[in-house]
Write a protein that binds this ligand. Structure first.
Ligand code: ATP
Length: 240
């Protein structure tokens, strides 16, 4: 059984086809990176897979269950860390964690919060309002919050966007700790990030999924010097 399986997934906005018939299979425990140039359809795909928006056509199965007829069950097993950091700016870090634990009705709330505080090294930040944290810490808190319900599937939409190289590497370490334990779908514009973290990479271009393979396979298929060159060839539709 796949963690995520789509069949002919389409999203249209009036005349604009944002996602054009995607067939995707992501294995349980896999870290799958979704790449593509601006406007390729990555965020729209993630929003459909995480049931934030409805597709225009096509089917999505999460852990073998149809997403539309099992939406309540499925909402319990996935979570999303969206592109725009999802924390309440006027609440402290602790209040943010407690608030989301309440939303998800987490049974052992204090234990879960303590676990996340340890994994993300949040102890010193707990009493600070989210709005005064640096961008890097806000992203960390946002990802910590997305783990509050122990999701089996986590969507990370550009988790390291705009972070300095040190903060980015710290987040990579956290993502690596999660690797294999849960299924992760990650979008990024950083080739190095996709190469370092992912098991497989899907490349989108103009709403189409034009390649799916490991970074090494894509480099070989394109006869490219490195992954960035392979990506450019695939995303721009140059001859492979
Ligand atoms: P980026 O890397 O810039 O975040 P992306 O690959 O995530 O891009 P999407 O945000 O999924 O791309 O956008 C795909 C296409 O769908 C774009 O042409 C975009 O303008 C369009 N689009 C996305 N959301 C909407 C919306 N709510 N209404 C109309 N068009 C939209």
């Amino acid at each position: 059984m796949y963690a995520i399986e789509t069949d002919n997934l389409i999203k249209k906005y009036k005349d604009n086809i944002a996602v054009n018939g995607i067939n995707l299979k992501i294995k349980q425990g896999e870290l799958f990176a979704l790449l593509g140039t601006n406007g390729a359809g990555k965020t729209t795909t993630i929003k459909m897979l995480s049931s934030l928006i409805l597709p225009s056509l096509g089917t999505i199965k999460i852990n073998g269950l149809d997403i539309f007829s099992n939406s309540q069950t499925i909402k319990q097993i996935l979570n999303v860390s969206p592109q725009e950091t999802a924390i309440a700016p006027n609440l402290t870090v602790k209040e943010n964690l407690e608030f989301m634990a309440g939303v998800y009705q987490i049974k052992y709330k204090n234990e879960k919060i303590e676990e996340l505080v340890n994994v993300f090294n949040l102890t010193e930040m707990l009493g600070q309002k989210a709005k005064v944290l640096s961008g890097g810490w806000q992203r960390k808190v946002s990802i910590a919050i997305s783990l509050i319900n122990d999701p089996q599937i986590l969507f990370l939409d550009e988790p390291t966007l705009g972070l300095d190289v040190i903060a980015r590497r710290e987040l990579w370490k956290i993502i690596e700790k999660l690797k294999g334990k849960i299924t992760i779908v990650l979008t990024t514009h950083y080739m190095e990030e996709a190469e370092k973290l992912s098991d497989r990479i899907g490349i989108m271009s103009k709403g189409n999924l034009v390649a799916v393979a490991t970074a090494d396979e894509l480099i070989r298929q394109c006869d490219a010097k490195n992954f960035e060159d392979a990506f450019v060839k695939i995303a721009t539709g140059d001859e492979l």
